[in-house]
Design a protein around this ligand. Structure first.
Ligand code: SAM
Ligand code: SF4
Ligand code: SF4
Length: 390
């Protein structure tokens, strides 16, 4: 390519990127929060200071278990792993795909939610109603976000760009085929297909000046953190907008325990490395994993006040991290929205997070970064700064 042609192409890319950002601003501006959404957010903020087992504010986020099916069976996945025993009491129970009627019932009860996350259960795109769910959520003024493993993304690219989806995050989980295979246990050959699909998606997004946000995500553990620079190079080389580096969620079995995999505040050298691993110019586009502070006692998890999770059976719960069994907690049809949201089960769960100490917590919550995590970039965090600087 001649220097002149290269300069023109660089200029065209820059202009395209600005136009996409303008469209994104315009889209987000048009999705002005309804009065109900604004009032609910205000109520939630006020309630934060004095939480009780009865929630006054309705959920800010609707988390949808799109399907129970997946086209992969990743080793580290608490739902589909063939290595993590599936008989744990927190394991996801069998569920139907979320359908349009059930989702409408959810939206009718919780129209004050600002976001819909279609993530859980398996591979969201396998649900034949996926795009209808996106339309419905966006039609209520909610930002609809989803995740995909990227393997079967190819045929859906045009529909994704036509849809009002706000954000798609692709789980890349490796800077190279060998690391992808170590983390997931899947065929390293799948890695190339995932990268190719992400590249095709961002190229089509750029051509169409689509406002869709495309992110990449990588799970970090005590082994692969050294590859963060290569992960960022891989992801940004594919044209993604942002990168999520997330903490390894442990399971109580060999090879998956906290001590073996999850980065904690005791791993001072790793935390120090992470702090330096992201160039200053990329900080706004990269989120570092929350680091588990096993010595912390203040419980930070707010999901039972902020998020309602619903599956295709109509069953409700809150947690989308590790407490995935939704059987027996009630359904979306058990009365009015506030009766569902303040049921005996929700009150019991909130009581666990309001109690003193850790004894009342479910076991996964005692090692969950959403509960006892600190950001490596949070310089206010005493535990972390003390240990890292010592
Ligand atoms: C459960 S998957 C569902 C969506 C889709 N199948 C995917 O893989 O993106 C949602 C996210 O959880 C992540 N995940 C799976 N097992 C994990 C673990 N043990 N620790 C942290 N994240 C995990 C996946 O990498 C993915 O980014
Ligand atoms: S692709 Fe997602 S849901 Fe499927 S097994 Fe992997 S992490 Fe689990
Ligand atoms: S602490 Fe973690 S596992 Fe427990 S409810 Fe909160 S997000 Fe879920």
């Amino acid at each position: 390519m001649s220097g002149k042609k290269g300069r023109w192409m660089g200029l065209a890319k820059g202009v395209g990127s600005v136009l996409r950002k303008v469209r994104r601003r315009f889209r987000d501006g048009l999705r002005l929060a309804s009065r109900g959404q604004k009032e609910n957010l205000e109520r939630y903020r006020q309630e934060r200071e004095c939480r009780g087992v009865i929630a006054a504010a309705k959920p800010l986020v609707i988390s949808v278990v799109s399907t129970g099916r997946c086209n992969m069976a990743c080793d580290m996945c608490v739902t589909h792993s063939r290595r993590i025993p599936a008989d744990r009491r927190w394991a996801q129970n069998p569920t139907k795909d979320m359908d349009v009627e059930t989702f409408r019932e959810v939206l009718d009860r919780f129209p004050e939610a600002a976001q819909v996350h279609i993530i859980g259960g398996g591979e969201p795109l396998l649900n034949p109603d996926f795009f209808s769910l996106v339309e419905l959520g966006a039609g209520r003024g909610m930002a609809v976000k989803t995740f995909s493993n990227g393997v079967a993304l190819g045929p859906s690219i045009a529909r994704l760009l036509d849809s009002p989806l706000h954000t798609l995050t692709v789980s890349i989980n490796g800077h190279a085929p060998e690391e992808f295979a170590r983390m997931t246990g899947m065929d390293p050959g799948m890695y190339g297909a995932i990268l190719m699909n992400v590249g095709r998606l961002t190229a089509a997004r750029d051509r169409r000046l689509s406002p869709l946000v495309v992110n990449a995500s990588f799970i970090l553990d005590k082994t692969n953190y050294v590859h963060v620079p290569a992960m960022l190079e891989t992801a940004f080389g594919l044209g993604v907008d942002g990168v999520h580096l997330v903490s390894f969620l442990p399971s109580p079995c060999d090879g998956y325990r906290v001590e073996e995999r999850t980065i904690t505040t005791d791993d001072a050298a790793i935390v120090g490395f992470l702090r330096r691993a992201v160039p200053a110019g990329l900080r706004r586009r990269v989120s570092l994993p929350t680091v588990l502070d096993r010595g912390a006692s203040a419980k930070r998890c707010s999901c039972h006040w902020a998020q309602v999770r619903v599956n295709g059976n109509g069953e409700v719960s809150s947690c989308s991290m590790m407490l995935l069994n939704m059987a027996g907690h009630g359904t979306i049809r058990d009365g009015s929205a506030m009766e569902v949201w303040n049921s005996a089960w929700f009150q019991g769960m909130r009581a666990k997070f309001l109690s003193e100490g850790k004894d009342a917590l479910e076991l996964p919550c005692t090692v969950c970064v959403d509960n006892f995590g600190v950001s490596p970039w949070d310089d206010e965090s005493d535990a972390l700064t003390d240990r890292v600087s010592s």
